[in-house]
Design a protein around this ligand. Structure first.
Ligand code: HEC
Length: 249
């Protein structure tokens, strides 16, 4: 009896001692309250619309990088409102003929993107610092979080050698990245399940432009301006995906 008690007391301690720390919890999903849902027939166009709008928002931020990284300017005069006007102009043509559900979803995305630029004003307007860690990928990440708060739609930018931990590709995204690297990468999507919810997953490739190579280019392993190892890629190569998961009614 005494021996049994000793064993029973010991088991949990031993199990705890060998548990690895910092390993992702198994199961679970990035969303389980899906506030916005689209019909099956609108699923692909909605996901594509969101991905395209994020890609264009990234380009609007990208176009400002010269000014934003200038250490001599304090106030950059790049507010949420100014960003929003430029972003809206760049996606205007994509919004013709969209449904009222899609318009409501896009309005929430526009709100989130503007909010992100407003949230980062202190950072953007700091004087005397060149790289302030405000760049297209960060804008899209923070915008995606706020967009998720209001819609339940999950957006991500998974990458082969990701820099931000929230961009770890899941199994499907890893497969798509591999496939896109080997073939002619074209946006694609499919119906899937997130827990008990039917969703449409959409994957839009992000290609590198010459100005991206300062950090994502060659030589592989050399440290970039921010201290990350360069990816060793070239102009036109895939660096990641805009991954969108929309709940389907
Ligand atoms: C100054 C260095 C720098 C340049 C230039 C740069 N990036 Fe990045 N990139 C980063 C950093 C840092 C992150 C992580 C940002 C975050 O989420 O906070 C990142 C993240 C990303 C991600 C998301 C995956 C990840 O690594 O977390 C993609 C996709 C990406 N960049 C593509 C591009 C493209 C396309 C360009 C050119 C238009 C570009 N980057 C230019 C530094 C850079």
């Amino acid at each position: 009896m005494k021996k049994m008690l000793v064993i029973l007391l010991f088991i949990p301690l031993v199990v705890n001692a060998i548990d690895e720390i910092g390993i992702a919890a198994q199961g679970g999903y990035p969303e389980y309250l899906f506030l916005e849902k689209v019909t099956e027939s609108e699923a692909e166009t909605t996901a594509a619309l969101i991905a395209k709008a994020i890609a264009k928002g990234r380009l609007v931020i990208f176009a400002q990088m010269g000014k934003l990284t200038n250490p001599n300017i304090g106030n950059k005069n790049f507010t949420g409102d100014i960003f929003l006007k430029q972003w809206q102009a760049s996606i205007e043509a994509d919004l013709i003929d969209i449904s009222s559900t899609q318009q409501r979803i896009i309005d929430k995305l526009l709100w989130a993107g503007k909010q992100c630029v407003d949230n980062n004003q202190d950072r953007i307007n700091i004087k005397g610092v060149k790289w302030k860690h405000f760049l297209p990928a960060k804008w899209a990440r923070e915008t995606g979080l706020m967009f998720n708060s209001r819609t339940g739609i999950v957006t991500k930018q998974p990458s082969i050698h990701y820099r931000h931990p929230s961009n770890v590709p899941d199994e499907k995204e890893r497969k798509i990245l591999t496939e896109f690297m080997q073939t002619d990468a074209k946006p694609k999507g499919e119906f899937a399940m997130m827990g008990k919810q039917k969703i449409y997953r959409y994957f839009d490739p992000i290609f590198l432009m010459p100005a991206c190579l300062a950090c994502h280019g060659k030589p592989k392993g050399e440290l970039d301006i921010l201290g990350f190892q360069k990816d060793g890629l070239e102009t036109g190569d895939i660096i990641g995906l805009i991954s969108v998961s929309v709940a389907v009614e």
